[in-house]
Design a protein around this ligand. Structure first.
Ligand code: 9MR
Ligand code: ZN
Length: 542
């Protein structure tokens, strides 16, 4: 039997449910005093098809007194400890945001900000165009492409996931500014901008370098193959600028348009530059068809391939409508045209269309024709109801069905949390609480209420994962990883050597995970797995 709780904690005023795999009588024990604070009996045996087992609810909602507790069953078995607090996710939120700072490329991470996780400046050499590399051109043109965040456990920098991650963060800031007041202790801290905007600007300035003269945006900047496990500054491979994709152009236009609005109050010059960059890429989009991206034969870094750019164009059109009041008719036409072909429900790098929905339902509310807005809202709310339905049916309470456990399944968990959060702020008062509980349920899964008893955020929870597939973590000689990283999580088709060896065939999807540094298909970290988690905590801390 196992008892699984959110190892970080539960807000005093919310529902509090842990899970056990057997029926039991239980006590909630104070970790400080050993006193029994609550007792009850498990209820609601439910089969969880993703975990392949029954789960029983251990409900202690009525216990609201702040403190540190654990669950103890009548057979003596215990859960990890957790807190009950007014705002249990403040440090978690800060650490997940600060984690992005550790991804900064092209600068040294100084002790003052990075603590023990310092390193010298990495990837400072100029880059060359992939075409010149392939043609072995002598003395090719070189470009300064330094800056930005490493995408993940590798050192590549990719335009589409970069735009999506910054998108999540800027929307989170726009909607929940109060959740971003604390300093992150990064080099810019203490200037006149919230640190989330400082950190995002580091990525946006790099992204601007990815835009070509004609408005096209290069798909990615990576070496020909992933570096071996070395510290970033030891990776001296030639960085290559791969060709333009229309997904990169559209995502770029969208995020620059968004930045032009968000930074206006703090950095008017930067905001203006962002709007001009967005317009230039929008023009490119109007003049060019879909241009996909496939890795050239032999080249082995991330592909981020995508068979459709309709969703990226939809997001771009929504954002342009909000940022540029001069061509509204044109943008509305584009929103309709592309909107008809997309789901409007996903926040990931493959399908970004929900970023467009979010934009229309918040900033675009007054600019978007009423009928269109109603259609988008209806689609989003219908999905939210579907997700609440899945949560109610699954023993572990996550809106995750067996097929949802793909590479980076924790992104699905968090993206669905984002959608529920959007509905919570847009719903009539009587439904707000249910959607908020829905967001919490996603977070409970992420932080330990799952069949493997893992908190999938480093440094948060007694049984948090510790061995992310992340080059600096693997090579820095420091035992503990940086706190605040979200793992990719269970993947029903594990495909790296470590995972294939350690996960038995036939293992239920929710259990297809290994906390192994080699496991890139279940245990990597990425900027765009942290960003939707940050959106959720920004909402919950608000
Ligand atoms: O997150 C990506 C996932 O959805 C894909 O299934 C996977 C395989 O193509 O690639 C993931 O992205 C990786 C990227 O290609 C390179 N940097 C690390 C990313 C996370 O594993
Ligand atoms: Zn670097």
């Amino acid at each position: 039997m196992g008892i699984y709780a959110n190892q970080v904690g539960y807000p005093s005023a919310a529902k509090k449910v842990a899970v056990s795999t057997k029926a039991c009588k239980f006590q909630i024990v104070s970790a400080d005093t050993g006193e029994v604070a609550w007792q009850g009996e498990s209820v609601n045996a439910k089969y969880d098809s993703a975990a392949g087992e029954d789960a029983f609810a251990i409900d202690f909602t009525s216990l609201t007194k702040p403190g540190t507790y654990y669950v103890q069953a009548d057979n003596g078995e215990k859960s990890h400890s957790f807190v009950i607090a007014d705002k249990p996710y403040v440090q978690l939120h800060k650490d997940m945001l600060k984690a992005l700072y550790y991804q900064r490329c092209g600068c040294a991470l100084e002790e003052e900000y990075a603590g023990i996780y310092t390193h010298e400046a990495c990837h400072t050499a100029p880059a060359i165009l992939y075409a010149d590399f392939e043609a072995k051109t002598e003395n090719p043109n070189t470009f300064d492409m330094t800056g930005g965040w490493h995408d993940a456990g590798d050192f590549g920098r990719y335009s589409t996931p970069a735009a999506v991650a910054v998108g999540h963060l800027l929307y989170a800031y726009e909607l929940f500014p109060k959740s971003f007041q604390d300093t992150l202790l990064i080099p810019e801290s203490g200037n006149d901008m919230p640190d989330v905007l400082n950190e995002c600007m580091y990525e946006l300035e790099w992204l601007m370098k990815m835009q070509a003269e004609d408005g096209g945006v290069y798909h990615k900047l990576t070496a020909y193959r992933h570096a071996p496990f070395v510290m970033p500054q030891e990776d001296l491979d030639q960085f290559l600028i791969y060709p333009v994709s229309s997904m990169a152009v559209a995502d770029f236009a969208a995020v620059m348009a968004l930045a032009s609005r968000v930074y206006k109050a703090f950095r008017p010059e930067f905001a203006k530059k962002a709007l001009e960059a967005a317009k230039k890429s929008w023009k490119w989009l109007c003049e060019n068809p879909y241009i996909g991206f496939r890795n050239p034969e032999g080249s082995g870094t991330g592909e981020y391939g995508d068979y459709s750019d309709e969703d990226e164009r939809f997001w771009a059109a929504c954002e342009m409508l909000c940022a540029d009041n001069e061509n509204s008719e044109e943008y509305i036409k584009a929103i309709k045209e592309h909107g008809d072909k997309v789901r409007k429900l996903d926040f990931g790098w493959t399908d970004v269309s929900a970023l467009g929905s979010l934009c229309l339902m918040t900033d675009g509310e007054k600019l978007c024709p009423k009928e269109l807005l109603e259609e988008v809202s209806h689609t989003v709310f219908t999905e939210a109801e579907r997700l609440l339905g899945i949560q109610a049916n699954m023993g572990y309470g996550a809106a995750m069905e067996p097929n949802d456990y793909c590479w980076g399944s924790n992104m699905v968990v968090c993206n669905r949390g984002m959608l529920l959060a959007l509905c919570a702020i847009k719903a009539d008062d009587d439904k707000t609480a249910a959607y908020k509980e829905g967001v919490l349920s996603q977070l409970h899964y992420l932080l330990g209420r799952n069949a493997l008893d893992y908190s999938y955020v480093t440094g948060h929870g007694e049984h948090a994962f510790k061995n992310p597939h992340n080059r600096p973590t693997a090579c820095d000689g420091i035992d503990e990883p940086m706190p605040g990283w979200v793992s990719g999580g269970p993947n029903k088709v594990p495909c790296d050597e470590a995972a294939v060896e350690l996960i038995e065939p036939g293992t239920p999807p929710m259990k297809c995970y290994v906390d192994h540094v080699g496991s890139y298909s279940t245990n990597e970290i990425t900027i765009y797995w942290n960003s939707p988690a940050i959106f959720m905590t920004a909402f919950l801390n608000y």
